[in-house]
Design a protein around this ligand. Structure first.
Ligand SMILES: Cc1cc2nc3c(=O)[nH]c(=O)nc-3n(C[C@H](O)[C@H](O)[C@H](O)COP(=O)(O)OP(=O)(O)OC[C@H]3O[C@@H](n4cnc5c(N)ncnc54)[C@H](O)[C@@H]3O)c2cc1C
Length: 356
C-alpha cells in the first residue's frame, strides 16, 4: 500500500489569493464559509429618545459654521445634555444646519432667520424670552463669545464666561484677572471654553423642529469700524513697530518724543529695565517679550544673544550704535554707526520737515 504524499507548496498556495502573494483568510458566517470581505452586519435599530413634556429646557446656541456642527458645538450639546439630565430637554439654536442635530444630542431644534450678529442676538434674545430655558449655553469662541455677550446684555442677565469646568451642580471659571477661581452653581447664561466637555454619545434624540414667531425684530442700523490702538501703550507682543533703547541711550526725553513721532511702541534692553529707567513690561528678549512685529529700531543696544532672541521673528531691523562690530549692527538690515543722542534729534527734525 502506498501512502499519498502531501505537497506542502500546494498547501501554501491554497492559502494565498490566486495570482498574488497575499494571504487568503476565510470568515465563517452562520455555518457557511465565505471569502473575506467587508463584514456586512445589520446594525440593530437604536430607538430615538423623545422627551414629550420636559420639566425644563436647556438652550444651546451653536456656531455651526457653514451649517455643520463643529467640535465645540458638539461639546456644547454634550454640556447641554449634562445639565438637562433625564427630565429636561436640550433646544439647539443654530443658523442653517445640514446635519442630524438629534444624533448630536438635541431634543428640539430652532433655526435662526437672522444672519448678522446684532440682529441674530435680538432674535436669540426673543427666543430665550419665549422659551425661558433654565440655562443658555454659548461657546467661548470668537463668534459664540460675542453673541453670548450681546444676548446677555439684551436680556439684562449676567454672563458667566470662560467657564472651564462644568458639572450638573457646579461650574468653575477664572475671576479677578485670572487670579482667583470662582466656583458656583451653573448660572443661567454660560459661555463654555473648548475641550472641557465630551460630545454627546448616547442614543439619537428627536431634534423636533420648533417654529417661534419672532418676526417683531426691528431692523438695526449698525456699522462696524476698526479702532486703531494707541501704539504707545500697546503690549510688546501686539506691536508691529517697536523702537527700543539700550545702555547707549542717555537722553530719554528725546527717545520718548521719537517713539511718539514714529507712532511706534517703546521697548528696551534688560539693562535699562533692571536700572528702573524703563518699565519691566517694555523689556525685549528671552526673559522679556519675544516680538511678533514687522520692524524693530534698536538705539544703543549691543545685541546680546538673549536680546536677539526677542527679535528673531522680526523682518526689518534698524540699529544705531557707535560700535561697528556690535551684534545688533550685524543683525540689522540698515545700520547707522553714530551716537544715538545725535541721531535721535536729527530724525525728529527730519520727521518734522517731512510733516511740513
Ligand atoms: C539669563 C539672562 C537673560 C537675559 N535676558 C535678557 C533679555 O530678555 N533682554 C535683554 O535685553 N537682555 C537680557 N539679558 C542681558 C543681556 O545679556 C545683556 O546684558 C543686555 O541685553 C545688554 O543690554 P544693552 O545692549 O542695552 O547694554 P550694553 O551691553 O551695555 O550695550 C550697550 C550698547 O550701546 C552702544 N553704545 C554705547 N554708547 C552709545 C551711544 N552713545 N550711541 C549709540 N550706541 C552706543 C555700545 O556700543 C553697546 O553696543 C539677559 C541675561 C541673562 C544672563
Amino acid at each position: 500500500m502506498t501512502a499519498e504524499r502531501r505537497d506542502p507548496r500546494a498547501d501554501r498556495l491554497r492559502h494565498r489569493v490566486p495570482g498574488t502573494s497575499r494571504a487568503r483568510f476565510t470568515i465563517e458566517i452562520a455555518g457557511s464559509v465565505a471569502l473575506v470581505g467587508p463584514a456586512v452586519t445589520q446594525a440593530a435599530a437604536v430607538p430615538t429618545i423623545t422627551v414629550e413634556n420636559p420639566a425644563f429646557l436647556v438652550a444651546v446656541v451653536a456656531d455651526a459654521p457653514g451649517g455643520l456642527l463643529g467640535p465645540t458645538d458638539r461639546q456644547l450639546l454634550g454640556a447641554g445634555r449634562l445639565l438637562a439630565g433625564g427630565d429636561g430637554a436640550v433646544v439647539l439654536i443654530a443658523g442653517t444646519l445640514s446635519e442630524d442635530a438629534g444624533a448630536a444630542g438635541a431634543d428640539r431644534l430652532i433655526l435662526l432667520r437672522q444672519d448678522d450678529a446684532p440682529t441674530r442676538a435680538l432674535e436669540i434674545g426673543e427666543i430665550i424670552a419665549a422659551l425661558k430655558p433654565r440655562h443658555a449655553l454659548f461657546s467661548e469662541s470668537p463668534d459664540g463669545g460675542d453673541l453670548a455677550r450681546r444676548v446677555a446684555v439684551l436680556a439684562g442677565e449676567t454672563l458667566f464666561g470662560d467657564v472651564e469646568m462644568l458639572t450638573s451642580k457646579q461650574m468653575i471659571r477664572p475671576a479677578g484677572a485670572h487670579r482667583v477661581e470662582q466656583r458656583l452653581p451653573p448660572g443661567r447664561f454660560i459661555a463654555l471654553q473648548a475641550d472641557i466637555q465630551p460630545p454627546y454619545s448616547g442614543a439619537p434624540r428627536e431634534a423636533r423642529p420648533i417654529e417661534l414667531d419672532v418676526t417683531s425684530i426691528p431692523p438695526i442700523d449698525w456699522e462696524a469700524r476698526d479702532i486703531a490702538g494707541d501704539p504707545g501703550r500697546m503690549t510688546l507682543g501686539e506691536a508691529d513697530f517697536v523702537v527700543a533703547a539700550g545702555n547707549g541711550v542717555t537722553d530719554f526725553g528725546t527717545f520718548h518724543r521719537l517713539v511718539e513721532a514714529l507712532s511706534a511702541t517703546p521697548g528696551a534692553s534688560r539693562v535699562l529695565c533692571d536700572a528702573g529707567l524703563m518699565p519691566r513690561d517694555r523689556q525685549v528678549g528671552a526673559s522679556g517679550t519675544v516680538l511678533n512685529g514687522t520692524c524693530y529700531f534698536a538705539l544703543g543696544i549691543a545685541g546680546a544673544p538673549q536680546h536677539l532672541e526677542g527679535v528673531a521673528r522680526v523682518e526689518h531691523v534698524v540699529a544705531v550704535n557707535t560700535d561697528l562690530h556690535a551684534a545688533m549692527i550685524a543683525r540689522a538690515g540698515l545700520a547707522i554707526v553714530h551716537d544715538a543722542q545725535e541721531v535721535m534729534p536729527a530724525l525728529l527734525a527730519a520727521l518734522a520737515e517731512r510733516a511740513r
